[in-house]
Ligand binder design. Structure first.
Ligand code: NAP
Ligand code: HSE
Length: 432
């Protein structure tokens, strides 16, 4: 039977939930016109009902008791914007079991349990949509599920964490301090409640697992994604990158080749004239290479209250239209379960290596020897005298393509040399 009002419950009313509550009320008549019937807030779950909120909501709908919401028959769509794994996952499963549709912005839950949630949704005849879980306000999930359905996705390259892109842009353009910029990103509502997930590449790994699963139509788990964060990067790395014609970005990269998938998140040197190198601030960009449509780029806001609200509302409207028109949820495509995941040790690419060594005859040859013994060929070397008294010099090397396992081993051997004080950083170079 078609609905004459679509009832919405929010699990969470923070940065995203607050925006969603605001827009459902402020754009009430627009949403009614788009859906064909009113869309109304029926319940909001929070931790603390007394916390001051920027958005006013109807009296008596805010609660700390999940069952008030989950068992409310007036609630048709549960919008999970509380974040984290527990209890969000549990509430999602309960809601689906009770026949409620789901909209979630939760990348962690979707990366870990997305295929199971979608299977349960299909069994229960409900829809689960999650556009906001990747790239915030920039549409990428719907294009992968709908617009590119005829394509084989070959590669995915993306800046999919706004907080780290904001920090890297500031470090690169203003020589800014890491901690100050992170605090500013938190203030602007880009960062996760625990920013470790952002700066260590974990948030991006969740998102890449979702994109790779949808793009390659194969289950790619968050644990299949190699991740390395941005905390080892120093202002000097950005200076050297610029000298060499590169920008540094935290990239999510996924490739599929003959049923074998590789998915990784790490800082990368990318040519400074590439489109993705120009994506600055909290913006996100995902570049997808496909067999039919060729190369596509999705670019826009990846975080923040209103951009993310835009994606959540789009999902709500999608479900509400089906409810208003009494249309059954569309089928979801099949995923292949048996995916071979290539470990990072099998990567073959170019590398930037920065190290501090004693400035005396033969040291460069010694360093070259270690790399040469591991089949790593040096493409260019820059030596900067940094401390004449201590007779130390910083050496920056760019290699030709080499095996990751050889590079990792060579770095351990370099660190063991008496003439090498430290290997300050190693950054992978991406050319695609
Ligand atoms: P947030 O500002 O920390 O808000 C979380 C909300 O959930 C708060 O209202 C909090 O209640 C409530 N909550 C948390 N745990 C709860 C519990 N156990 N029981 C009841 N209520 C609970 O988070 P957010 O930034 O809006 O993010 C929400 C989700 O959207 C996350 O999955 C995040 O990854 C995702 N996301 C965020 C962005 C962004 O730009 N922020 C972008 C895309 C996706 P109180 O208010 O009472 O503390
Ligand atoms: N913390 C995330 C980011 C929010 O900075 O991209 C959007 O998922």
């Amino acid at each position: 039977m078609s609905k004459d009002t679509v009832g919405i419950a929010l699990l969470g009313m923070g940065v995203v939930g607050g925006g969603v509550a605001d827009i459902i009320q402020r754009k009430r008549s627009h949403l009614r016109d788009m859906v064909g019937c009113p869309v109304e807030l029926k319940g909001i779950l929070v931790r603390d009902v007394n916390k001051p909120r920027a958005t006013q909501t109807p009296h008596g709908i805010v609660t700390t008791v999940a069952d008030d919401i989950l068992s409310n028959p007036e609630v048709d769509v549960v919008v999970e914007v509380m974040g984290g794994q527990d209890p969000a996952f549990d509430y999602i499963l309960k809601s689906i079991s009770l026949g409620k549709h789901i909209v979630t912005a939760n990348k962690e839950v979707m990366a870990r349990h997305g295929p199971d949630i979608l299977t349960l949704s299909r069994k229960k005849g409900v829809q689960t949509l999650f556009e906001a879980a990747v790239a915030g306000g920039t549409p990428i999930i719907a294009p992968l599920l709908r617009d590119l359905v005829a394509n084989e996705v070959l590669t995915i390259h993306g800046i999919i964490n706004g907080t780290t892109n904001y920090i890297l842009t500031s470090m690169s353009q203003n020589g800014a301090d890491f901690g100050d910029t992170l605090a500013e990103a938190q203030r602007l509502g880009y960062a996760e409640s625990d920013p470790t997930n952002d700066v260590e590449g974990i948030d991006a790994a969740y998102k890449l697992a979702i994109l790779a699963t949808l793009g390659f139509r194969a289950r790619v788990r968050d644990t299949d994604v190699f991740h390395e964060g941005i905390t080892r990067l120093r202002t000097r790395d950005f200076q050297y990158a610029r000298e060499l014609g590169y920008a540094i970005k935290l990239l999510g990269i996924a490739t599929s080749d003959n049923g074998s998938v590789q998915a990784r998140v790490h800082p990368a040197f990318i040519r400074e004239d590439s489109m993705i190198a120009k994506v600055d601030g909290a913006l996100n960009a995902v570049e997808i290479q496909t067999d039919l449509a060729g190369k596509l780029m999705f670019h826009g806001a990846g975080a923040g209250s209103m951009p993310t609200t835009s994606a959540v509302i789009a999902d709500i409207v999608d479900i509400a239209r089906n409810l208003a028109g009494n249309v059954a949820p569309p089928p979801i495509g099949k995923l292949s379960e048996r995916t071979h995941v290539q470990p990072i040790s099998e990567l073959r690419t170019r590398y930037y290596i920065r190290l501090m060594a004693t400035d005396r005859p033969g040291v460069l040859a010694q360093v070259g020897g270690v790399l040469g013994n591991r089949n790593i060929s040096i493409a260019s070397a820059i030596q900067k005298e940094t401390d004449e008294v201590a007779q130390r010099a910083e050496i920056v090397l760019m290699t030709h393509r080499a095996n990751e396992s050889d590079v990792q081993q060579a770095i351990r051997e370099l660190e063991a040399l008496e003439t090498v004080a430290e290997v300050g950083n190693m950054v992978r170079v991406e050319e695609w």
